[in-house]
Design a protein around this ligand. Structure first.
Ligand code: MRU
Length: 349
């Protein structure tokens, strides 16, 4: 277990507590939220980020909305929760886990047996806690499912942050690395710094340091050099949405990494829970890509690094076409091409 937590529900006061990831690695500060609107703002502002973590945050956001509601009858409360769900879903569009968690919560809370305000409120907390706890189990299983893919001595490129901070705990792609390390593999991680928000340099390096897993931070553009000149055994990344055909949306720069891996014959793995696999989205072309403020590119922290007024584009994600992906690792097993069949099989298993 990490000696920090990403997100937790505090029963006393109906509080969603989150580690403020914007301040890491230098400050460890927890913020408290008591409404869905506040949680949505925290997701949008990147207090919490990473697809599974924002799914859990959305679930807890609905729990907070339920617990603090002044509704006096179930149907009013349910209408409020549907509206709160819309607010949460709108916070960030690309990670399907957000919408998945909202829909999952609303579907459970619509059970006719929940016929009082109090029973809906209690069920909202229980189910949000269940979604959070399940995330940790899923990540551990996913890591075990990937063990055979990691050689005894493995130099691994990892992009963004997919660890405990991006989930409720343990991590997806970083969980794969962590499991391999815990099972005695000699892993060495090349940590893409991940411009513009530096999730690799700030967050992944912080987690690896605490887990005593050897690593080196590299500039995003250096991955090709390392593959061609130094030797890399595999790349593993997370996902924000996997389309039915295996096309995968993940942090900007993932596509570049996958193409260079392909060029150099380096296996390229995506690690994600099946809740990130969205069979309703047929291909990557159908995935909405979040455009974030240009100031994230023109500034590092408070410091402006471009000439004043320089225009900048800032897509937060890109889509890696399925043909560059060696396999997709989930908690239900490893999917290989053709992904349309293998993902549908896993999702329904
Ligand atoms: O913008 P972020 O930091 O939320 O982006 C996170 C990623 O792209 C992760 O790789 C993805 O969510 C998987 S996290 C287990």
């Amino acid at each position: 277990m990490a000696d920090f937590f990403t997100i937790a529900w505090i029963d006393n006061g109906g509080i969603v507590r989150m580690l403020d990831q914007r301040l890491l690695p230098h400050e460890t500060v927890y913020n408290d939220y008591t409404s869905a609107a506040e949680v949505a703002a925290a997701i949008r502002d990147m207090v919490i980020r990473g697809a599974p973590a924002i799914g859990a945050a959305a679930a807890y956001g609905l729990a907070a909305a339920a617990v603090h509601s002044r509704a006096t009858d179930p149907s009013t409360l349910r209408s409020e929760l549907v509206a709160a769900g819309q607010t949460l879903k709108a916070a960030r569009p690309t990670a399907v886990n957000l919408a998945w968690a909202v829909d999952n919560m609303l579907s459970v809370l619509s059970f006719p047996l929940l016929d009082t305000v109090e029973s809906i409120q209690a069920a909202a907390v229980v189910h949000a806690n269940h979604i959070a706890a399940e995330d940790v189990q899923i990540n551990r299983q996913l890591g075990l499912n990937a063990l055979d893919l990691v050689p005894q001595d493995a130099t691994i490129i990892h992009h963004c942050n997919t660890g405990s901070l991006a989930t409720v705990d343990y991590g997806t792609a970083l969980g794969v690395i962590r499991t391999a390390h815990e099972h005695g593999r000699n892993v060495f991680v090349l940590v893409d710094e991940t411009r513009p928000r530096l999730q690799g340099a700030r967050l992944t390096a912080w987690e690896l340091q605490q887990q005593e897993i050897p690593f080196q931070v590299i500039a995003d553009g250096a991955s090709g050099y390392y593959m061609r000149v130094k030797g890399v055994d595999l790349c593993v990344v997370g996902a924000d949405r996997v389309a039915a055909n295996g096309d995968t949306a993940n942090k900007i720069g993932t596509y570049n990494l996958a193409v260079v891996a392909h060029e150099n014959g380096v296996p390229f793995y995506v690690a994600a829970p099946t809740s990130t696999v969205d069979l309703q989205t047929l291909t990557g072309d159908d995935i909405e890509i979040e455009e974030r403020p240009s100031s994230e590119v023109t500034h590092i922290g408070e410091m402006e690094i471009t000439p004043a007024g320089a225009p900048a584009g800032n897509p937060a994600f890109d889509v890696t076409p399925a043909r560059y992906i060696t396999a997709i690792i989930t908690e239900k097993g490893v999917a290989y091409p053709p992904f349309t069949e293998s993902l549908a099989r896993l999702k329904h298993s």
